[in-house]
Design a protein. Structure first.
Length: 175
């Protein structure tokens, strides 16, 4: 029975690496945000707006516990998921946790390209975006650092890099 939780900041590559890793290992991939959207037929943004942050985080916790019952899965947690309630401890108890660590400059370049799809970022200029990323990483670091595995995920830009990351992650998890 395999259960792997990928955690990290938005743009860290949780979905990119998670999908590819799961496919190669014959595991099911679940993106927690997508799972929530499918279950409630609303976007995360809509749920956040309707319920407020506290209401959304309670729902997210409930859905995390639901997907953590599944076996042979790679679960991509939302960037904030580890930072609320006992979510990080819970993930550590129920599976392997992997923090995808990415340099702020790399996150900046990834998120700048995808700014319009991310409501929290859409109205920020370059300086504001970089400051936002650095501040968020600083706040979340105590939670992310509780992961059982630290994985450098700066290089996920093409198939070769993704394959090299899959191989490296597999070796790290086998230890």
């Amino acid at each position: 029975m395999t259960r792997i939780f990928l955690i990290g900041y938005m743009g860290a590559g949780k979905t990119t690496l998670g999908k590819a890793f799961a496919r190669e290992q014959g595991l099911t991939f679940i993106d927690l945000d997508w799972y929530i959207e499918e279950r409630f037929h609303k976007t995360v943004q809509q749920l956040f707006t309707e319920r407020g942050e506290q209401g959304f985080r309670e729902l997210e916790k409930k859905m995390l516990h639901e997907v953590a019952e599944f076996e042979d899965v790679v679960i991509s947690a939302g960037g904030g998921t580890p930072c609320f309630f006992d979510n990080m401890d819970y993930m550590n108890e129920t599976g392997e946790t992997v923090f995808l660590q990415v340099a702020p400059e790399v996150l900046f370049h990834r998120l700048k390209v995808a700014k319009q799809q991310r409501p929290l970022l859409s109205n920020k200029n370059d300086e504001e975006l970089m400051n936002f990323i650095c501040e968020a990483l600083q706040k979340r670091s105590p939670f992310y650092s509780k992961a059982k595995h630290l994985f450098k995920a700066d290089e996920l830009e093409d198939r070769r890099q993704i394959q090299a990351s899959i191989d490296s992650l597999r070796k790290q998890l086998e230890k």
